[in-house]
Design a protein around this ligand. Structure first.
Ligand SMILES: [Zn+2]
Length: 248
């Protein structure tokens, strides 16, 4: 394919615009995941608080159960105490007395358990309150970060629109065949489609150029493509080569 130095120059300029677009697209792609992860942090903070709430409810429930059991024991004691006055034999009297003692001792154990559950529920409620405050504080902080990420997303999207227009303007000045060749290489995932010759080698895959290719690239009048990686090769201008320390 016949080309000119100017055409290669325009292609290099287009590639710089495409690289800018690539970098903006990568920035944009990372932001939704960042926002999701921030939302996840809010949920995690709330979930700890919900766990504490569930524990409070569980303690209250256990306390209530023990209170019902205690009421049953107290009722049994009351009933047996009445029966004590009605028994006829010593044996029956002793049996009732023993039942009453048993119920009293069980009741005393239940009272201890009720106190324990009450204390545990109080502690859990306090923890719940503390976690709720922390979660609210955390959420406030994270919402600021989410808003900032969304702001960045809007900025990147606006920058993409602008960069895309610049890219399209740069592409408009390039011949269709050269543009097609360039876009085909990029389409294969080789985003650096145009590379300088460095010391007689392809600047990316390091394949040595054949003498004829070296001559062609120096002339800059026909398209030179790396035989190994198929990228478009160009010979950097002397100023560019000495600036980057590259000798071709
Ligand atoms: Zn190559």
């Amino acid at each position: 394919m016949q080309i000119t130095r100017e055409a290669i120059g325009a292609l290099i300029a287009l590639q710089a615009k495409d690289h800018r677009l690539d970098s903006l697209a990568a920035q944009k792609a990372g932001i939704p995941a960042e926002i999701d992860s921030l939302k996840g942090e809010i949920e995690a903070a709330k979930s700890e608080m919900k766990d504490a709430k569930a524990k409070t409810i569980e303690c209250e429930k256990r306390k209530k159960e023990k209170e019902l059991e205690l009421a049953a024991k107290e009722e049994a004691i009351r009933k047996h105490s009445v029966e004590l006055n009605q028994v006829k034999t010593n044996e029956a009297f002793k049996a009732l007395q023993s039942e009453i003692e048993g119920a009293k001792s069980a009741g005393s154990a239940l009272e201890t358990q009720i106190l324990e559950f009450m204390e545990e529920a109080d502690q859990s409620r306090a923890r719940e309150k503390k976690l709720a405050l922390e979660a609210a504080e955390e959420e406030k902080k994270i919402l600021v970060e989410i808003r900032s990420a969304m702001g960045r997303l809007a900025e990147v999207e606006a920058a993409i629109v602008k960069a895309k227009a610049e890219r399209d303007a740069a592409a408009a000045g390039i011949g269709p065949d050269l543009l097609k060749a360039y876009e085909m290489i990029r389409g294969r995932g080789k985003l650096d489609a145009v590379v300088p010759v460095e010391n007689g080698h392809c600047g990316v895959c390091r394949m040595a150029l054949m003498p004829q290719q070296l001559v062609e690239s120096a002339k800059g009048r026909s398209l030179v493509v790396c035989e190994s990686c198929q990228r478009i090769l160009y010979r950097p201008a002397p100023a560019e080569a000495s600036a980057s320390g590259v000798k071709s």
